[in-house]
Design a protein around this ligand. Structure first.
Ligand code: GLC
Length: 653
């Protein structure tokens, strides 16, 4: 059952698509109390064994207990354990214990979830303004609650089949030749690939919807040439539009009043990659349609996929930030003296030293601009978490018009629930750390709960230098995530699969992905069509099994499989917990498949660096095809079924 409660005058976020009558003046709900006084406050006393699921793209575990999380879309490339905000705002949690209750706080500004942080047994949710919708969903299990929630937020975006291929990306591929080299190396080493991503380097001076004609001459022909090699080029689009006289998109946006404005009516100015930029007012339907329409410039050249970035929106600094920095530095210089600042920086107080960080993504800047929502000026910070959603919606709505019958690849960095109808997400700037393989794994089911099915992380790690073993282990998880992309930052070690010794191992691991694409894509389509999850925590299917509930480093995949990747260095295997009998399979580097039926319980299984492990659930089977070099080249006549005898699987596309 879904109930909707209204507090104050909420902003219509359009997260929920189903019409539900809202109730007013509520102080107690089926689980917990609400206080509306000086903001909104919800509290619930957790039983010792209650599990709190949810929050989509958030730090830490599948069970969110024991920490605090702040929904405030933030561009922060350091996802350390202490961080409370990432790029998305997914305010859906499920309290699961004696009863199963889902709570969706539909509130587009900063909202804090203290899940046993301040007091171990207390869950509180608070925000500054008591203007929100609260959806309360009760069901017979956590899984049931999630399905009901997914139904009211509308069907998830469906990516094209080619987007289940492997993709290579790097910030720093500067020319068409760079891209061709990548493609050539993958093809000559027979490592399957379907996509190469174009990071900001393809643009002319980081201007959206432009292509640098010197470095990418005859871009349209280049796109076609790549298509001829079964490669889709996927360009990045950033939120900020460069301020530059003569740049048509900038001039048009100013003329039509489609950029976010300050209170005095002038355009807000923020520094991002291109230097000074304006933000398109994607919360204004007219401006949204205008910005979305610009994607056609690239689809006309044959592009059929995009990734939207910097759309929290990220702000390196504003004019005010620079002035404040200048003033602060002058004051410090005056107080401490230049010599002391240079010779003895330890003597400078921390707040003075961290001044540069303070001007980046500064909350004060988000109060300096407005959106025009149906003629009403809405201050950005009050709707901050909707920017990435609406930028991607701009693209999604436009792409539907441009090519109504064609599926296009689209994913975003920032998001809010509702955006799952328009595109997927990638989990942003992770690091080449072993702990981030595990974070990637744990985030997947939470994202699925919130409707985000087409998701994945930067495999190999974005920041810092990767290693061969880290990349191989991470790819063996990426084999199963809908988005399978190797991406890394400017200046890091080259991390394409052919950069390492024994390329055959990479060929094999990515080959396994292609062998599984009929199964993975079909499972994904089923999940989207049935408001279901592609990845589930074990506790969803084994709610009576405490050990299963507490196992967070294994995930169920569809109804047929379980994954248990290796995420530690220098090991030859790992421990797995099987809540029921399963068939342990390993895709071996010689192309054979190792099979062993294991009884329920705990097992140590050996998994070499070049093997891909998978577990088939009791009585089930999955389709497997022969390796292909691209999704198009998959030969469905080679299908065989892997798993229990007499089991069947129906492929849906
Ligand atoms: C941001 C993105 C990253 C991209 C970089 C340059 O950090 O998250 O993926 O490579 O910007 O565009």
């Amino acid at each position: 059952m879904v109930e909707k409660y209204v507090f104050g005058s909420p902003f219509e976020t359009e997260a929920v698509t189903e019409q539900i009558m809202a109730k007013t003046d509520v102080t107690t709900i089926v689980c917990g109390e609400i206080v509306v006084e000086d903001g909104f406050y919800y509290q619930y006393h957790m039983e010792e064994t209650d599990v709190i699921y949810g929050l989509g793209e958030a730090n830490r575990g599948i069970n969110k207990r024991g920490y605090q999380y702040v929904s405030r879309c933030t561009d922060d490339p350091n996802h350390t354990e202490d961080k409370t905000s990432l790029y998305g705002a997914h305010n859906f949690i499920v309290l699961s214990g004696k009863q199963h209750v889902g709570l969706f706080f539909d509130y587009p500004s900063t909202i804090c979830f203290d899940i046993g942080y301040t007091r171990q047994d207390l869950l509180t949710v608070r925000c500054d303004h008591a203007d929100l919708y609260l959806y309360v969903i009760t069901g017979e299990s956590v899984y049931d609650v999630v399905k009901q929630f997914r139904k009211i937020i509308g069907t998830s975006y469906i990516a094209p089949k080619y987007a289940f291929g492997f993709g290579q990306s790097r910030w720093g591929y500067k020319t068409a030749e760079d891209i061709e080299t990548v493609v050539q190396k993958y093809r000559e080493n027979q490592i399957p690939i379907d996509m190469v991503y174009l990071d900001i380097d393809y643009m002319q001076d980081y201007k959206d919807f432009t292509v640098n004609a010197e470095r990418f001459p005859a871009f349209g022909q280049f796109v076609q040439k790549m298509k001829g090699e079964q490669i889709h080029l996927i360009p990045i689009i950033d939120a900020g539009v460069k301020i530059e006289k003569g740049y048509d998109i900038y001039e048009e946006g100013v003329e039509k009043g489609y950029f976010c404005k300050r209170e005095d009516g002038s355009e807000f100015v923020a520094s991002v990659w291109p230097g000074w930029t304006h933000f398109p007012d994607v919360l204004n339907p007219e401006a949204r349609a205008w910005f979305g329409g610009k994607y056609e410039i690239l689809t006309n050249l044959g592009i059929d996929g995009f990734w939207n970035d910097m759309n929290e929106p990220a702000i390196f600094y504003s004019e005010e930030g620079i002035r404040a920095l200048n003033q602060a530095i002058s004051e410090h210089v005056k107080t401490f003296g230049v010599d002391k600042m240079i010779d003895n920086p330890d003597a400078i107080p921390f707040d003075a030293r961290g001044i540069l960080e303070q001007i980046q993504n500064n909350p004060e800047d988000y109060k300096r601009f407005y959106h025009n929502v149906n003629g009403k000026m809405v201050r950005h910070d009050l709707v901050h978490n909707l920017f990435g959603f609406n930028m991607t919606r701009a693209a999604g709505e436009a792409l539907k018009k441009i090519a109504p019958d064609k599926k296009m690849l689209l994913f975003s960095r920032s998001s809010y629930i509702g955006m799952h109808r328009y595109g997927g997400i990638w989990t942003g700037d992770n690091q080449s750390w072993w702990s981030h393989i595990l974070l990637n794994l744990k985030m997947m089911p939470s994202l699925n709960m919130c409707g985000f099915l087409y998701t994945g992380a930067d495999l190999g790690g974005f920041g810092s230098n990767t290693t061969r073993d880290l990349l191989l282990r991470w790819l063996a998880l990426g084999v199963f995530t809908p988005l399978m992309r190797n991406h890394t930052a400017l200046g890091t070690r080259e991390q394409e699969c052919y950069q390492f010794e024994q390329i055959a191992d990479f060929r094999h691991v990515i080959g396994v992905r292609y062998r599984l694409i009929p199964y993975l894509y079909s499972t994904y389509i089923k999940a989207a069509n049935q408001n279901d999850m592609y990845f589930r925590p074990l506790g969803f299917d084994f709610p009576e099994d405490r050990r299963a509930i507490e196992t967070e480093d294994q995930l169920l995949l569809g109804d047929e499989a379980m994954i248990a990747p290796v995420y530690t260095q220098n090991v030859s295997g790992r421990t797995v917990y099987l809540p029921e009998e399963m068939q342990f399979v390993k895709f071996m580097p010689d192309g054979t498949i190792y099979k062993e039926t294991l009884p329920s319980g705990t097992h140590y299984v050996e998994i070499a660096l070049n093997e891909v492990p998978l577990f088939i659930r009791k009585g089930k089977c999955i389709p497997v095809v022969d390796v292909a070099q691209s999704v198009d080249a998959i030969d469905m006549s080679t299908i065989k079924y892997l798993g229990y005898d007499n089991a069947t699987y129906t492929i849906v596309e």
